[in-house]
Design a protein around this ligand. Sequence first.
Ligand code: KG4
Ligand code: ZN
Length: 339
Amino acid sequence: MILGIETSCDETSVALLDGDGSVRVNLIASQIERHRPFGGVVPEIASREHLQHLFPLVSRALDQAKASWSDIDRVAVTAGPGLIGALLVGVAGAQGLSYALDVPLVPVNHLEGHLFSPYLREGAAVPLPARFLSMVISGGHSSIYDVANGRVTMLNRTRDDAIGETFDKVAKFIGLPYPGGPQIETHASHGTIDRRRFPLPIAQFKDESLDFSYSGIKAGAIRMARKDEIRAGGDSKLLADFCATFQDALFAQLFDRLDAIWSRLRQPLPTEVAIAGGVAANGTLREKMIAWGREHGVIVRLPEKRYCTDNAAMIAFAALQKTAEAGDPRRVTARSRIA
Ligand code: KG4
Ligand code: ZN
């Protein structure tokens, strides 16, 4: 069994998976309530919470899986990117466990965790195709990856804000609680998209780059919200229409880049396209993705909602995609940024 540990941001998570990707247990201690008064994640609070929750969660995971220490044959931990103080708690804990149990420690890039997560399901994981695209859209990242025979190539990235961050910042400005993505989604579901009333164009680069850019939409949306006095608790129809249009503009850019990337790919084309990360929990986006797949004759993989936001099951699953190198666990280091 592989033990996964994730502490890169504001969820402490511990999971146990079998070698075929079956999730025996996936526990998450969310800190959202602790950070909510501050409208975003406070790094010092995150580290302290991880310290308190990590080992109790490991014990509880073993209990729930009816497993013992000797059942663990590998430990996987998020080594970055993320908040350095938060990562350090998970990495140090994983190092101690790996050393004490005398089992290999596999450092995992948090983004690789997300990008394989659509293949987790009840029971054994979905077999990975030879080649797939995975769009990772979260609070910290927006990137499309090409995964061919286990080799991961980043095809684009955001030049400024991540899509989830854009949801969160605009939501915060209009007075909606953190995290803003699900809040905007709820209001958007009662609204009507009106691009003329709320013009939020898709960012384009002169050099035909396929990168994302969300700072323009963010600034435009905040300007509009200020001018039209769009606020939580204000005119609810106005708020709903604004949220619907803002959300639609964010997603329009995702599909603009996905279309462009798709049209530039060489044969043989990937057979599957996946989305992952917190924003992949959005119901409207999930429907749009299914429609996109139908149009392009590609299988679309949507992660189960519990595997969209940060969790340790995806970290352990990403480690299963690597051949375990039995290196010295003391050499694993936490890195806040990974090139
Ligand atoms: O993957 P995640 O838990 O953390 C990072 O690694 O960043 O993603 C959190 C992000 C937040 O920005 C949150 O607002 C967004 O995912 N999010 C959503 C939805 N649920 C979470 N955005 C849009 N619609 C949702 N339903
Ligand atoms: Zn994440």
